[in-house]
Design a protein around this ligand. Structure first.
Ligand SMILES: [Ca+2]
Ligand SMILES: [Ca+2]
Length: 509
């Protein structure tokens, strides 16, 4: 199969240093000089072999999108999503249609991905602290560091790590910049006068050229015009559709507000959830309340803005993919595209991230590359935590036993090959387990939820108390983690929501 041949082509060889060491030992009391000369020649030859081997490895193009849920054409999360570039990439490789983040917040999701470590192992559950603050993740080699060690040229722009991109990428290679991060905002907010400064949506600024993501795409495209004599690891992190959901008006033209469809919501949906589940996903959150959105007639406008942001960021992705197609690296580059977590836009009558439901955890994940199968979809569960080991596997590099994810190469070879469920965590003892057909959630108060995705894609009917589902429940419970690292950091929205829910829980007991 194609995947296997890729591994064989890049099989690891003996290091030149170990060859030199063995020859010197064998030399013993014989004439030392000729032996040493021979050693040097063999060593140089081995080094040349290693260089040739390293040079023949595939390049990596890692594309991260911030807060993009399944509202992309190929995932069908919203019927009006228009993302032709992402759809085109999906057609060129494997679309993991059941992929999920390990934490439904930017920082811990990216920390988990970049070190292949579960939040329950690291203690990185919420928006702070970073990888360096956890004894567990600090001891690991991050994804770009590992590829640097393997001789890759490392460069990137935009948001890959949550905040430390400049120091990390400049230490390993080159960081192009954030180019303005979340972008320009009007002096007066357009749509939500109160609340968090980033929470706004509408048509702004007046030109696409002012958007940081546009500049990031151009920077990445320009890099691909260079001659590289070693394989490269190019990371491109886009900031939209993360709030503020602001993009120039031309991106709204594709999504007429009059025709916008809102998600179907059941008014009594939360009635079968525990008070703790409702508290954890609502207390102390910074997103606008669904009631405010509806009362102020902003639901269609906010959805229109999110869809416009998705179309805009899709065009940025397209610019980078086009540049790759026109470069000498077109046929020797593995492309991985992902988003760091999902996003609610009214589903379960709530907004934003920080939930353990499908809307909070499901993300686009696409892997395409030279010799890899095209036009296929894998509905087996996959996690962002699996990207790191998958890339090592696809590049024929030795696995790192410290990584907690597992390679997706078997599913790239055969998308029907079964896979263990994937886990998402929002604070200690709050976990979702997603298998191919089911979502199981268990909160720290002991309450549970179970949804059958074969006939309940919106997760409306909690089957956790249904006696007929006892075996399914039991099968999923065994994927809960055996250890739970204490929470690191403090003060973020996630920390505060967790703390407030915990206080209410303890008051009741
Ligand atoms: Ca994010
Ligand atoms: Ca319900």
């Amino acid at each position: 199969m194609a995947g296997n041949s890729l591994v064989i082509r890049f099989a690891k060889q003996t290091s030149p240093l170990s060859s030199l060491f063995r020859l010197v030992v064998l030399g013993g009391h014989l004439c030392v000089l000729p032996i040493l000369l021979a050693c040097i020649c063999i060593s140089q030859s081995a080094q040349a072999d290693d260089r040739n081997q390293a040079a023949s490895r595939p390049n990596i193009l890692l594309i991260a999108i911030d807060d993009l849920n399944d509202w992309v054409g190929c995932l069908g999360g919203h019927p009006q999503a228009a993302t032709p570039s992402i759809d085109r990439l999906a057609a060129k490789g494997t679309l993991f249609s059941n992929a999920h983040c390990q934490a439904p917040v930017c920082q811990p999701s990216r920390a988990s991905l970049l070190t292949s470590t579960y939040p329950s192992s690291s203690g990185l559950y919420f928006l702070n602290p970073g990888i360096e603050a956890s004894r567990v993740t600090k001891q690991k080699t991050t994804l770009p560091e590992r590829f640097a060690e393997e001789g890759y040229r490392i460069f990137g722009a935009g948001k890959i790590f949550h905040v430390t991109n400049g120091p990390v990428f400049n230490r390993l290679g080159k960081y192009g910049g954030g180019f303005g991060y979340f972008g320009p905002q009007p002096q007066t907010k357009i749509s939500q006068p109160h609340g968090h400064p980033l929470w706004d949506w509408g048509a702004y600024p007046d030109s696409t050229e002012k958007m940081p993501d546009k500049r990031i795409a151009k920077w990445a495209a320009d890099q691909l015009k260079n001659d590289f004599h070693a394989p490269f690891f190019l990371a491109v992190g886009f900031y939209r559709p993360h709030v503020p959901m602001l993009v120039p008006r031309k991106w709204f033209d594709k999504h007429s507000r009059k025709e916008i469809l809102t998600p179907v919501v059941q008014s009594d949906d939360v009635d079968d959830l525990s008070p703790y589940a409702r508290d954890l996903t609502s207390l102390e959150h910074v997103a606008p309340l669904h009631q405010w959105i509806v009362k102020n007639k902003q639901w269609h406008h906010a959805i229109q803005s999110y869809l416009a942001c998705c179309s805009f960021v899709d065009a940025c992705v397209g610019e980078v993919l086009d540049a790759l197609d026109q470069s000498p690296y077109r046929d020797n580059t593995i492309i991985v595209l992902f988003s760091d977590h999902g996003f609610h836009l009214g589903e379960k009558q709530r907004w934003a991230k920080r939930s353990l439901w499908e809307d909070g955890t499901r993300v686009p994940l696409i892997i395409a590359g030279p010799g890899l199968p095209k036009h296929q979809t894998c509905s087996q569960p996959a996690g962002l935590i699996d990207i790191y080991p998958t890339l090592l596997d696809l590049c024929g590099l030795p696995p790192d036993p410290r990584l907690e994810g597992s390679s997706l190469q078997p599913q790239i070879i055969d998308p029907s090959k079964s896979r263990a469920p994937v886990r998402t965590t929002f604070g200690p003892e709050n976990h979702a387990i997603r298998s191919r057909d089911w979502r199981y959630i268990r909160y720290r108060d002991g309450s549970e939820e179970l949804y059958d995705h074969r006939n309940d894609p919106h997760e409306w009917n909690n089957l956790a108390t249904d006696p007929e589902c006892a075996k399914v429940l039991q099968a999923h419970r065994k994927y809960l983690p055996s250890t739970e690292h204490p929470i690191l950091g403090e003060g973020s929205t996630g920390h505060l929501a967790f703390q407030a829910s915990e206080e209410k829980r303890l008051q009741k007991n």
